[in-house]
Write a protein that binds this ligand. Structure first.
Ligand SMILES: NC(=O)C1=CN([C@@H]2O[C@H](COP(=O)(O)OP(=O)(O)OC[C@H]3O[C@@H](n4cnc5c(N)ncnc54)[C@H](O)[C@@H]3O)[C@@H](O)[C@H]2O)C=CC1
Ligand SMILES: O=C([O-])CC(=O)C(=O)O
Length: 334
């Protein structure tokens, strides 16, 4: 049983994610923080007849610190979402500062917590959290996760649709690696289980890859100015948080997709760096998770020639995104 905290709990993702965590039987205490509306959200959820206690706080009177006290899992969906025409990187200006300030509170209040970052741009916000934790001397790469589960969820759904059977969606597995924006999202369709039909046309494959890479844009466009994915993200966020909570509880064999610092790996990510041909500090892949955090970053497996090309195209943007997050903290006067 763990204490889980949601930062940004009154938002489009925060509310349904908090609901799902409230009904997770492995959560004993649920702390909710936002700059608006958390007392109401917490009062509402607290009437649900599950064992966990729920409390909500606002910034005055150190509400953030009180909420974080004793937290083992902190999920961060705080920040602004995209509007049509924006990239995730366009959110950096506002969200980088929000995530930085929340990370400072984590570093000083619950430095051993597992931190799950949803706020975009994930490729940069995860390095921001890491740099803050480093500055406070409490960084453990094994306990910091960028949440990329929605990419994997979308891949399963879209492949099932392509196979003409929605009922397959919960069973389809497709590794999605790299990062969490546009071309940095690398769906490895050649490893899909069940596989795509033999002789699946190249143009159909390209379409499917694009749809997974730009699935977020599909929702942003449909919401027409009212934000981005919230309900599917809450589902994905809880699915990931649940795996983390079960790993903390000692369950064996937990494997989840996540954007992590490669120093989290047993061999410092050397195997993965070799596979991608670049000295990157962060990459998303399937990771084995145990009670102390990441135990191993799993190899990417065999990439098709086409996927090698996708990987090559992803690396420059990923590298720029990472550097932007790192520099934001390293060059700042905090
Ligand atoms: N990793 C992923 O796959 C996904 C990430 N996202 C990202 O999640 C973030 C949140 O999206 P939504 O929930 O739709 O936005 P939203 O605007 O509905 O909710 C964000 C919440 O954060 C709160 N907030 C702002 N500053 C805060 C602070 N300093 N401390 C605590 N809370 C604060 C706001 O008051 C608001 O309630 C966005 O950055 C979005 O791009 C969205 C979908 C998928
Ligand atoms: O597209 C967005 O801005 C939100 C997001 O990260 C996603 O839905 O994958």
């Amino acid at each position: 049983m763990v204490k889980a905290v949601v930062l940004g709990a009154a938002g489009g993702i925060g509310q349904p994610l908090s609901l799902l965590l409230k009904i997770n039987p492995l959560v004993s205490e649920l702390g909710l923080f936002d700059i608006v509306n958390t007392p109401g959200v917490a009062a509402d959820l607290s009437h649900i007849s599950t064992p966990s206690k729920t409390a909500g706080a606002l910034p005055p009177n150190d509400g953030l610190k009180a909420t974080l006290k004793g937290a083992q899992v902190v999920v961060i969906p705080a920040g602004v979402p995209r509007k049509p025409g924006m990239t995730r990187d366009d959110l950096f200006k506002i969200n980088a500062g929000i995530v930085r300030d929340l990370a400072i509170a984590i570093a000083t209040t619950c430095p051993k917590a597992f931190v799950l970052v949803i706020s975009n741009p994930v490729n940069s916000t995860v390095p921001i959290v890491a740099e803050i934790l480093k500055k406070h001397g409490v960084f453990d790469p094994k306990r910091l996760f960028g949440v990329t589960t929605l990419d994997v969820v979308r891949a399963s759904t879209f492949v099932a649709e392509t196979l003409g059977d929605q009922k397959l969606a919960p069973k389809v597995t497709v590794p999605v690696v790299g990062g969490h924006s546009g071309v940095t999202i690398l769906p490895l369709l050649s490893q899909s289980q069940p596989p795509l039909p033999a002789g699946f046309a190249d143009d159909k494959r390209d379409e499917l890859v694009k749809r997974i890479q730009f699935g977020g844009d599909e929702v942003v466009k449909a919401k027409d100015g009212a934000g981005s994915a919230t309900l599917s993200m809450a589902y994905a966020g809880e699915r990931f948080a649940d795996l983390i909570i079960r790993a903390i509880g000692g369950e064996k064999g937990i494997v989840a997709p996540s954007y992590v610092n490669l120093a989290a790996d047993k061999d410092g990510g050397e195997g993965l760096k070799k596979a991608i041909g670049k000295e990157l500090e962060y990459f998303s892949a399937r990771v084995e998770i145990g009670p102390e955090g990441v135990e191993k970053i799993l190899p990417l497996g065999n990439l098709s020639t086409y996927e090698e090309g996708l990987l090559k195209a992803a690396l420059p943007e990923l590298e720029t995104n990472i550097a932007k997050g790192v520099e934001f903290i390293q060059t700042a006067k905090l």
